[in-house]
Design a protein around this ligand. Structure first.
Ligand code: TXE
Length: 481
C-alpha cells in the first residue's frame, strides 16, 4: 500500500511517531493509502528546514523565483491526468470537475504569482520638501499554510504560490483527509528545482500537526482555510504570538433571484452553485431566495434540473455529483436533513442515499442533491453551514426583504444576485454583507481581485496584490531631505 510521507528539506521522510493513518477513498470506503501521522516533532523539523532555506530564497532574484514557479506550473500541467485522478479518488469529487476546475486552477495559481512578482511596485510618499518615504515589502520568514479537503490542490497552491513567490519559505499542512495531490505536488516542486526547505509538507491531524504549526514561535504568518470553529482555534493559538493571520472560513451564501432574472441562465448556474463538488465549496450558494412572482416557475425548473443530475462513480467522466468526503461528514449533512423536517421544512427532492449506484462505489458516502422548502431564516438549516448537496429555497417580496434575509447569518463570504435591472443589482450588491458578490453569475474568479469573507467567514483578503501584501511585511523608510 502506498505510504504518504512528510516532505522536509527536499526529502520524503517518515513521521517521527512512526505511525500512519488510513487514507480512505470516499466513493468506495476503501483504504487507498497510509498517511504519515505527523505531529509537533515533524513540524519542528520542517520549520527548521524552512528557516535554514529562508536567507538563500529571499535573496534569490524575483526573475529566478518566477522561473522556478513557472516550471512547477508546467510540471502540474504535464501531470494533469494523474493529478485529476488522484484528486477525484481522494476527495470523492467528479473527475470532470477536477479536470475543469481543480487542476487548471493549480496551474494558474503558480503562473499568476510567478508573473505577478515581476510587476510588483511599491509606493513613495513625499513629505513636502522635507522627506522622502518609501515602502519596502519584505518576506516574513516561514509561512504556515493550512488547507482543507474540499479543494485540496486548488487551495494549497493558492497559498504556496504567493507565499514563496514573495520570498518566504513555507510549511504546508494539507488536510489529513486528502493528502494525495499535496504529496505529488511536493515531488513536482523538487523536480522543478525549488531548493530544499523552501516548501515543506507535514501530514497529520489538525489537532496535532495543524496546532503545532499555528502555535510555533518561529512561524510568523498563518494562512488558513477551513471551518469557522477551526479558524477560532487557529486565532486562539496564533493570537498571543501576534502572528499575521489570514482566515478563509465557512459560508452560508445567499443566492437571490429577482423576478426579472433571466431564468435560462439563473437556473443552470444555480444548480452549479448549489451542488458543485457535492455542495462542498465554501462559495456554494446554499440559501436560495426567489422573488414571489417567479417562485413557482423557478422552483419547477430548479427541481427538474436537480433530479437530472447524474450521481455516480466520481471516476466516470459523465458523473456530476460524487461522494461526500467522509462517513462522518455525510452523517452531519444527513443530520441537517432530519433537522429540517423537525423544524417544519419539506424535502422537495433528495435527502436520501442514492440507490442503484455502480457496483464499484456501492460502499461510498453518497447523498442525493436535496432541496428544502418551508423554513424561515431563523431556522438552523438557514443559519449553519451544512457543506453538502443541500439547498434551502425561500420566497421574498421586495429587495429590502431579500437583503435582510441574505444578511441574516453570522457568515458573509459570497452572494449571487440575479436581475436584469442594473441599478437594482448595484444597490443590492452594495447592501449585502459579503466579501464577494456575483451579479448574474457564480464562481467567476479573477485572481487579481480581493478575496475573503466578512463577519465569521474570515479575516483578511487574499488574491492579487492583496496576497503579496499579506505574505510580506510593509516597512516604511523615511529619508530626511
Ligand atoms: O475542517 P477543518 P473539517 C467547514 C464545513 C465543514 C466544517 C468542518 O462546514 O463541515 O468546516 O470541516 C486543519 N489547528 N469547512 O473539520 O477541521 C485540518 O487538519 C490547526 C469549510 O473537516 O477546519 C485541515 O488541514 N489546524 C471549508 C484544515 O484545518 C487544524 C473547507 C481544515 O479542516 C486544526 C473545509 C487545529 N486545531 C471545511 N484542526 C472552506 N472554507 O472551504 C483542524 N485543522
Amino acid at each position: 500500500m502506498k505510504r504518504i510521507l512528510n516532505f522536509i528539506d527536499g526529502q520524503f521522510r517518515p513521521p517521527a511517531s512512526g505511525r500512519y493513518l488510513p487514507n480512505v477513498e470516499p466513493a468506495t470506503g476503501r483504504v487507498i493509502a497510509e498517511i504519515a501521522d505527523g505531529g509537533p516533532e515533524d513540524v519542528d523539523a520542517a520549520v527548521a528546514a524552512a528557516s535554514r532555506a529562508f536567507e538563500g530564497w529571499r535573496r534569490t532574484p524575483a526573475e529566478e523565483r518566477s522561473r522556478l514557479l513557472l516550471r512547477v506550473a508546467d510540471l502540474i500541467e504535464a501531470n494533469f491526468d494523474e493529478l485529476a485522478r488522484l484528486e477525484s479518488e481522494d476527495s470523492g469529487k467528479p473527475i470532470a470537475l477536477a479536470r475543469r476546475m481543480d487542476v487548471p486552477r493549480a496551474i494558474l495559481n503558480f503562473r499568476f504569482f510567478a508573473t505577478a512578482i515581476l510587476h510588483a511596485e511599491t509606493s513613495a510618499h513625499m513629505t513636502d520638501d522635507r522627506a522622502l518615504n518609501y515602502t519596502l515589502r519584505q518576506p516574513l520568514g516561514v509561512a504556515g499554510l493550512i488547507s482543507p479537503w474540499n479543494l485540496p490542490l486548488y487551495l494549497l497552491t493558492w497559498k504556496i504560490a504567493p507565499a514563496i513567490a514573495a520570498g518566504n519559505t513555507s510549511v504546508a499542512k494539507p488536510s489529513e483527509l486528502t493528502p494525495m495531490t499535496a504529496d505529488r505536488l511536493a515531488a513536482l516542486i523538487a523536480e522543478a528545482g525549488i531548493p530544499p526547505g523552501v516548501v515543506n509538507v507535514v501530514h497529520g491531524p489538525g489537532a496535532s500537526a495543524g496546532r503545532a504549526l499555528t502555535a510555533h514561535p518561529k512561524v510568523p504568518l498563518i494562512s488558513f482555510t477551513g471551518g469557522t470553529k477551526t479558524g477560532a482555534d487557529v486565532m486562539t493559538h496564533a493570537g498571543p504570538l501576534f502572528k499575521k493571520v489570514s482566515l478563509e472560513l465557512g459560508g452560508k451564501n445567499p443566492n437571490v433571484v429577482f423576478a426579472d432574472a433571466d431564468l435560462e441562465q439563473a437556473v443552470p448556474t444555480s444548480i452549479q452553485s448549489s451542488f458543485s463538488n457535492q455542495g462542498e465549496i465554501c462559495l456554494c450558494g446554499s440559501r436560495l431566495f426567489v422573488e414571489r412572482p417567479i417562485y413557482d416557475e423557478f422552483l419547477d425548473r430548479f427541481l427538474a434540473a436537480t433530479r437530472r443530475l447524474r450521481i455516480g462513480d466520481p471516476l466516470d467522466p459523465a458523473t456530476e455529483v460524487g461522494a461526500l468526503v467522509s462517513d462522518a461528514h455525510r452523517s452531519k449533512v444527513e443530520g441537517y436533513v432530519a433537522l429540517a423536517q423537525e423544524e417544519g421544512g419539506r424535502i422537495l427532492t433528495g435527502g436520501k442515499r442514492p440507490a442503484n449506484l455502480p457496483e464499484r462505489v456501492r460502499g461510498g458516502w453518497f447523498l442525493e442533491p436535496t432541496v428544502i422548502a418551508g423554513l424561515d431564516c431563523s431556522k438552523r438549516c438557514l443559519q449553519e453551514e451544512i457543506f453538502g448537496p443541500v439547498v434551502t429555497i425561500t420566497p421574498f417580496d421586495s429587495p429590502e426583504e431579500a437583503i435582510a434575509y441574505a444578511n441574516s447569518t453570522r457568515y458573509g463570504l459570497s452572494a449571487s444576485v440575479w436581475t436584469r435591472d442594473l441599478q437594482k443589482a448595484h444597490r443590492v450588491a452594495a447592501a449585502l454583507e459579503s466579501g464577494t458578490v456575483w451579479v448574474n453569475t457564480w464562481l467567476l474568479r479573477d485572481l487579481r481581485v480581493p478575496f475573503g469573507g466578512m463577519k465569521e467567514s474570515g479575516v483578511g483578503r487574499e488574491g492579487g496584490f492583496d496576497s503579496l501584501a499579506f505574505f510580506t511585511e510593509a516597512k516604511n523608510v523615511c529619508v530626511k531631505l
